[in-house]
Ligand binder design. Structure first.
Ligand code: 5GP
Ligand code: ZN
Length: 117
């Protein structure tokens, strides 16, 4: 935990970096990815700093539930249920994580290949 000043997403939560917000709650923020990989590409983060999803589940499982609920709200707002969508949590270097503030990618709006690269 901690890491507020050096963390990109903590700075975004603090309003120091602009973001296109889709929705938010007391504990979570959903905003559009700056480099979208699909027509809908939204990041859902806890407002509090955690390094990854495992840290949220270990320390504050309720926040993990909040992140999931916000992701599903994004799915509904973007009308992705019928076509389908993908929730992704890249974790660690080998998992492709580049920002070490936990986040869930909500991807949809096109057919998504499997397995991922
Ligand atoms: P990761 O690679 O850690 O799974 O995902 C990090 C995501 O954050 C990437 O998809 C990247 O495009 C996005 N990102 C990086 N910097 C910013 C930023 O300043 N604003 C927004 N909205 N997204 C960002
Ligand atoms: Zn952070």
């Amino acid at each position: 935990m901690s890491a507020t000043e050096d963390c990109l997403f903590c700075r975004l939560v603090a309003g120091q970096i602009p973001a296109t917000v889709v929705t938010e709650t007391d504990t979570t923020l959903a905003f559009r990815d700056i480099s979208p990989a699909a027509p809908t590409h939204v990041l859902v983060i806890p407002k509090q700093h955690f390094e990854n999803m495992a840290e949220i589940v270990t320390r504050q499982p309720q926040v993990m539930s909040d992140v999931m609920a916000t992701a599903i709200e994004v799915v509904q707002r973007e009308s992705l249920e019928e076509q389908g969508y993908r929730l992704v949590a890249n974790t660690g270097e080998g998992g492709g994580q580049t920002v070490y503030h936990a986040h869930l990618h909500v991807l949809g709006g096109r057919g998504l290949g499997w397995p991922p690269g």
